[in-house]
Design a protein around this ligand. Structure first.
Ligand code: GLN
Length: 470
């Protein structure tokens, strides 16, 4: 099911260099989407729409110069609005909803000449790390079909790894772009919070949510990020900062002079093969001349706790609008409004989402708010400060993404183990820092990835470093 990375990169390069047109690229993409249907990557594949758009692009090739992503087949996670397509966020509650507008990131992609292939599978509302918790079932890892693709942007990762999409949008609240990227052997970036507009993304935990990009090489990540980034009048939290040329940053490989690498003690939760693969990635930088300093990461247990407390509190507030009355599928219940509210929410939301809403609502109630939520915001601030100290004087921080290979689909983890396994990924989220997962070979015959974290707004530097070991 997987299309080898060399082949994916070759196809991308041919399109970029103008050797192939939009229709050819989209044709190849749809052929792969059909061949890899079992991966469960797409919730909705818009074959006709994609072909029409590709044809229209090829009919006006003179526009190519103004369209940096001319003909690029892109998949979009189903919690990002694509006009006219179903937009479910993986929830039964939104099974009947079609987006009446484009998210800002989607309209920017279209303007740049990208072709939207369809929407991809996810854990319901982005809550999870496996893409098994959506109402339409699990995605499979194209490199190992009886294993998870990772999550929550697992459909986007499967779409790229199977060769259907040349690039995909995901969302990363606490790892959901980087973790599936690592599990599927891809590049996946979580930008600095505020770098990319969230208008049209279904909010999970707003102070942590960011739209990110998955692709097969750093240049494609840079091109797509450069297109979607930048201030948006429709999202007041988007940063009014110039957007550097990320594509050229990604095409200028730069061996880092200094890297901070997490301490050996931080690697203890990894299984031995993953630990070995991580150390190999460190040695690769050293062999290229990088000076490596080892330093312990901020305390991961309190960071995980802070992340989940904040994420659940914000989720309970964000998801309160899905009540079956104003938004979401309405179930009649006992005929009263209160009954419809209760039944719509208890049937519409899956178990994990209900658990998080309840936990979040309890947390925000009187008595808990100052003690627990207050403590979580203090831990969040301390985590950011500690990360900034680790970054001072070095080009980036290098750390793992996952503790172990993608698990088998028939061996589910308890939610608590899944939360703990997010320990490396929630750090950049709490710190509002950019982080990029990069492929780093294999262990046990399965894709392995590491991540680079950088100072705020330094996505370009991360892409240059990634290119140096690509
Ligand atoms: N696994 C984490 C969670 O469930 C991260 C998910 C995400 O980044 N959307 O919250």
């Amino acid at each position: 099911m997987v299309l080898p990375a060399v082949e994916r990169r070759r196809r991308s390069a041919r399109l970029r260099e103008g050797e192939t047109g939009a229709e050819t690229a989209v044709g190849l993409a749809l052929e792969r989407a059909r061949a890899a249907r079992d991966a469960g990557a797409f919730l909705h594949l818009d074959e006709a729409g994609a072909r029409d758009r590709a044809r229209a692009l090829d009919r006006a090739p003179e526009g190519r110069a103004d369209r940096p992503l001319f003909g690029l087949p892109v998949a979009v996670k189903d919690n990002i609005a694509v006009r006219g397509l179903p937009s479910t966020s993986g929830s039964a509650l939104l099974a009947d909803y079609r987006a009446p507008f484009d998210a800002t990131v989607v309209s920017r992609l279209r303007r740049a000449g990208a072709v939207i292939l369809g929407t991809t599978n996810l854990d319901e509302f982005g809550m999870g790390s496996s893409t098994t918790r959506g109402f339409r079932g699990a995605s499979r890892n194209p490199a190992a079909p009886h294993r998870i693709a990772g999550g929550s942007s697992g459909g986007s990762a499967a779409a790229v790894a199977s060769g259907a999409a040349f690039a995909a949008l995901g969302t990363d609240t606490g790892g959901s772009v980087r973790q599936p990227a690592a599990h599927c052997g891809l590049y996946g970036i979580r930008p600095t919070w505020g770098r990319v507009s969230r208008f049209g993304m279904t909010a999970y935990a707003s102070s942590l949510d960011q739209v990110g990009v998955l692709a097969s090489d750093p240049v494609e990540v840079g091109r797509v990020l450069g297109t979607i980034a930048g201030a948006d009048p429709r999202d007041a939290t988007s940063a009014r900062r110039p957007v550097p040329d990320f594509a050229s940053a990604a095409s200028r490989p730069r061996t880092p002079r200094r890297l901070t690498v997490c301490a050996d003690a931080d690697l203890a939760p990894l299984d031995p093969a993953s630990r070995g693969a991580f150390q190999r990635a460190v040695r690769r930088f050293q062999a290229a001349g990088t000076r490596v300093r080892r330093a312990p990461l901020p305390d991961a247990d309190s960071a995980v706790a802070a992340y989940y407390l904040i994420a659940c509190a914000e989720a309970s507030s964000n998801l309160s609008r899905f009540d079956g009355l104003r938004y979401g599928r309405r179930e009649a219940g006992d005929g009263t409004l209160a009954g419809a509210y209760r039944v719509s929410r208890s049937r519409g939301f899956g178990a994990e989402v209900r658990r998080r809403i309840l936990l979040g609502a309890a947390l925000l109630s009187r008595g808990y708010k100052d003690a627990v939520y207050g403590a979580a915001t203090v831990a969040r601030r301390r985590t950011r400060e500690a990360l900034l100290r680790l970054l001072a004087g070095s080009d980036a921080l290098l750390l793992p993404v996952t503790l172990s290979p993608p698990r088998r689909l028939d061996r589910p983890d308890p939610a608590s183990a899944e939360y703990r396994a997010d320990r490396f990924n929630i750090l950049a989220a709490l710190g509002s820092l950019p982080a990029l997962a990069i492929p780093a070979g294999e262990r046990d015959g399965l894709p392995f990835g590491v991540q680079l974290m950088g100072p705020p707004w330094e996505e370009g530097a991360l892409l240059s470093v990634a290119a140096s070991v690509a």
